[in-house]
Design a protein. Structure first.
Length: 177
């Protein structure tokens, strides 16, 4: 269907969709370029097509970034989200477990759609706790499912007044000149 419409490029906001469209659809005849919105934002910033306010709202603010499983470990995209965040002139603080060693938020394992399993804690609570422990006021994500899981975890930590979970695209939108 997408080929019939002449689609040449697909930009996704969801790493799960990105993974499927980029890696599975070609086997089914899909013939298009697929990029994640963090890569697209980085490209637009690098080309000067997105200009950010000098001294924007996030300048000097502590931000930590959560690596989505399907974006990071699944497709080796670690730098684009960080470069976009660096453009905000924020202080990027990494969690102990990041990049290829990042901890899943649980959404990719369907934890947001099913009853809890036995265990000592929910994985999103553990991951959110790691993010809060960085002292960052913003947890940046690049996945709508991670956003939900991390937001629930921040609420569990009772930190929703001091820690915000935001998509990277929201941060850029609020910083555009």
């Amino acid at each position: 269907m997408l080929n019939n419409y002449g689609v040449k490029k697909i930009v996704t906001a969801c790493p799960h969709c990105f993974n499927i469209l980029r890696n599975e659809y070609p086997v089914l005849g899909g013939n298009y370029t697929v990029i994640h919105h963090t890569e697209f934002l980085q490209q637009l910033i690098d080309e000067g097509r997105i200009r950010l306010k000098e001294g924007g709202p996030y300048k000097g603010r502590r931000i930590t970034y959560h690596d989505s499983c399907y974006l990071g470990r699944g497709n080796d995209i670690y730098e684009a989200p960080r470069k976009v965040l660096e453009a905000l002139e924020a202080e990027l603080v990494e969690m102990k477990r990041c990049r290829s060693k990042g901890l899943c938020c649980g959404a990719g394992g369907a934890q947001m759609f099913k009853e809890e399993e036995k265990g000592s804690t929910r994985v999103n609570f553990e991951r959110s706790g790691e993010a809060v422990a960085t002292g960052a006021g913003i947890i940046a994500a690049a996945c709508p499912f991670c956003n939900t899981m991390l937001t629930d975890g921040v609420k569990h930590e009772e930190k929703e007044d001091s820690v915000k979970v935001m998509d990277i695209a929201e941060l850029i939108a609020a910083s555009m000149a």
